[in-house]
Ligand binder design. Structure first.
Ligand code: ATP
Ligand code: MG
Length: 355
């Protein structure tokens, strides 16, 4: 029997509640599908840990994680701990150290959910491939003449040929498996080095994928396109910063940030990949048991797909969508009054029905 080693980091706030439901779903998938098993390492890292130790994770945290095939993460961050501490203390080091250079974000309106646009589930179904380790988030820069009237802050974008080409190839391959349409998010009219280079690499790589229809759009115009013509979009490839902004816009189109999943992937499988709901720790709803677990459950489904059990992944997804379509068990953010646990239970029951 295939046994997958999963590191579980529930993190802070609602991260704990939603990962709890996600784990129960994984157990149900295992039971109904058969043929695979999990070995979990539960890691209580995050802001509580930081308050006790001054670190978001132990010094050898990355070494501990390295020994796993996947990381299942809730959310980190809590009032009193600055956002850049939680980000640079855990999330970004994991993405970088494990070369999770693909951030995969399905933007799909689930059946039964009323999004903010006058569009239906058949109109909103695309994927954003975000470059996840370099670009605008390379951490290169500096400050000069601090505290004077001449103060200067520099934040340098670093786009390597290696890093740019590989994310584009990944996006083209994905488009090939879908509707064969790929949009590149650029801003080469204003960013005359980085994005001109980005466009050039895109056009070069496109030559190897003549069967894929391509489009290059400035990120500002593309934002409007998301809202006006989502039905024309299949796959979008974007740099780290542009992808970050576009995917948050995308999650709003999905009706609630509580629904959106994200995968941080090392396609070569040399290191663990990480699966997480897109939302944060949401201190305002934490501890109330009302957080929407769908983002975390969808992320669990993506994890199973990545690990190589697509039928189990599909069972989770189909059950999840059947529950939203029925509309009987929805959390407050979707206009319902069910608890986190009730939604999780409804999805597990639906899995048993559908299998
Ligand atoms: P963090 O600082 O960790 O990013 P945040 O306060 O920014 O946390 P987010 O989770 O990013 O919170 O989302 C913003 C708001 O959306 C939350 O304050 C909460 O009201 C709502 N929200 C987010 N996730 C969920 C969820 N799973 N279920 C219900 N509401 C949610
Ligand atoms: Mg936030």
């Amino acid at each position: 029997m295939r046994k997958y080693k999963i590191a579980v980091i529930p993190g802070d706030g609602i991260g704990v509640d939603v990962i709890n439901e996600g784990l129960k779903i994984l157990e149900t998938a295992k039971e109904l599908h058969g043929g695979f098993d999990f070995e979990y390492t539960h890691l209580p890292w995050g802001c509580e840990y930081y308050k006790k130790t001054g670190r978001m994770m132990p010094e050898d945290g990355l070494r501990i994680l390295k020994d796993h095939e996947a990381i299942y993460l809730g959310a980190v961050g809590f009032p009193g701990v600055p956002d850049h501490v939680s980000l640079w203390g855990l999330l970004l080091p994991i993405r970088k150290e494990f070369d999770e250079y693909i951030n995969l974000r399905p933007i799909k309106l689930l059946k039964g959910i009323q999004g903010p646009l006058r569009k239906g589930p058949e109109d909103i179904d695309f994927v954003v491939v975000r470059e996840n380790v370099e670009g605008e988030y390379s951490g290169v820069g500096g400050l000069a003449y601090q505290g004077t009237a001449s103060e200067i802050a520099l934040q340098t974008n670093v786009f390597t040929r290696f890093g740019t080409e590989r994310v584009m190839r990944y996006a083209f391959e994905l488009a090939r498996k879908r509707k064969k349409k790929l949009i590149s998010a650029t801003k080469s009219n204003a960013l005359n080095y980085s994005m001109v280079f980005w466009d050039r690499v895109f056009n070069e790589v496109a030559k190897d994928y003549q069967d894929v229809q391509t489009q290059v759009m400035h990120v500002d115009a593309l934002s409007g396109y998301f809202i006006l013509h989502p039905e024309r979009i299949d796959v979008v490839v974007a740099s780290n910063l542009f992808g970050d902004i576009l995917t948050d816009l995308g999650s709003a189109m999905q009706g609630s940030i509580g629904i959106a999943p994200g995968a941080n992937i090392n396609p070569e499988r040399k290191y663990p990949s990480m699966f997480e709901p897109v939302h944060g720790s949401a201190p305002d709803v934490a501890g109330k048991g009302i957080a929407n677990p769908i983002g975390a459950i969808w992320a669990a489904s993506m994890m199973l797909d990545f690990l190589g059990v697509p039928e189990a992944a599909k069972l989770i997804f189909d059950a999840m969508e059947a529950v939203t379509e029925e509309g009987k068990y929805l959390t407050v953010d979707l206009g319902g009054n069910s608890t986190t646990q009730e939604v999780g239970e409804a999805i597990r029951n639906k899995m048993r029905e559908l299998v």
